[in-house]
Design a protein around this ligand. Structure first.
Ligand SMILES: NC(=O)c1ccc[n+]([C@@H]2O[C@H](COP(=O)([O-])OP(=O)(O)OC[C@H]3O[C@@H](n4cnc5c(N)ncnc54)[C@H](OP(=O)(O)O)[C@@H]3O)[C@@H](O)[C@H]2O)c1
Length: 268
């Protein structure tokens, strides 16, 4: 299937590693010109070089999306280096295993800033230019924990619940502009950071082991149990996001698309 992404310009926030790195790479394989983003110049350069070595087109933008200045720097890079963007994938985000008793009020506020307000900043900076194009894609990376939270990451789950409501509200705000807005909500996806979360949680809950394969098994029987019986792969999320980025998905709007192996046990 041709996703018709040739020449489309995509900014993937937080694409210096993890899920975002794969999203950037798959979009580039589909012909999009990609702006790789992270806070760290070295990681972003590595991903962009990989893309170019494989025949794709990539540039980098570095900036901390926790601040207005950092976000503006990234949006300015998108406008200068690519002349604008057609696809904004708001993927940058973070999560920690610290539980209800060890998460202080400033930490609740900080993770809300990183996971929610960072996305709002990029949306506010880039939608005026997308409106001029009369076509665009805004994709927010949420989480299955936003719909079906457990006990382990309450602050994170709350931010991902917010992602779902932002999406519906923004889709209404952008009615008739040609821009669609969707959330993609992954279940547990194998990334280095997820493995760190698992190790920290095992310690926090006193599981009595530091063996990652034991801990992973316990997660899949407990807090991340899902009918497929495994973790998801970054390419599975990247493939779905590429489809949502495509002009073929013009009628998918204001949705929350789950990619969680069936982790969320409800009809929708
Ligand atoms: N892995 C999972 O199981 C899973 C499941 C559901 C949803 N998600 C969501 O998927 C997204 C990516 O997760 P991941 O597992 O791939 O995490 P990751 O490997 O830690 O990657 C996070 C990315 O976000 C960037 N980032 C973090 N804070 C930032 C900030 N303040 N400003 C700019 N960039 C920032 C990081 O950039 P630097 O490294 O350069 O700082 C990095 O590129 C997150 O939104 C996460 O909530 C993940």
């Amino acid at each position: 299937m041709d996703l018709l992404l040739e020449g489309k310009r995509a900014l993937v926030t937080g694409s210096s590693k993890g899920i975002g790195e794969k999203i950037a790479k798959v979009l580039a394989e589909e012909g999009a010109i990609v702006l790789v983003h992270g806070r760290n110049d070295k990681d972003a350069k590595r991903v962009a070089e990989d893309i170019r070595e494989n025949g794709g087109k990539a540039f980098i933008a570095v900036g901390d999306l926790n601040t207005d200045e950092g976000a503006k720097k990234v949006a300015d890079a998108a406008l200068t280096l690519l002349g604008g963007i057609d696809i904004l994938v708001n993927n940058a985000g973070t999560y920690f295993s610290r539980g209800w008793n060890n998460t202080m009020s400033e930490q609740w506020a900080e993770i809300y800033n990183t996971n929610v307000i960072s996305m709002v900043r990029m949306i506010q900076l880039l939608t005026p230019q997308m409106k001029e194009l009369a076509w665009g894609r805004i994709i927010l990376v949420g989480s299955a924990f936003g719909q079906y939270p457990g006990q382990i990451v309450p602050d994170y789950s709350a931010t991902k619940g917010a992602t779902n409501t932002l999406t519906v509200s923004l889709a209404k705000e952008l009615a008739g502009t040609g821009i669609t807005v969707n959330t993609v909500s992954p279940g547990p996806i194998a990334t280095d950071n997820l493995y760190n979360l698992m190790l920290d949680t095992a310690k926090m809950l006193d599981w009595g082991t530091t063996d990652l394969s034991d801990i992973k098994e316990r997660f899949l029987e407990g807090p991340m149990k899902n009918p497929t019986g495994r973790l998801g792969k970054v390419e599975e999320v990247a493939n779905l996001i590429s489809f949502i980025s495509s002009p073929l998905s013009d009628f998918i709007n204001g949705s929350n698309l789950r990619i969680d192996g069936g982790y969320v046990p409800t009809v929708n």
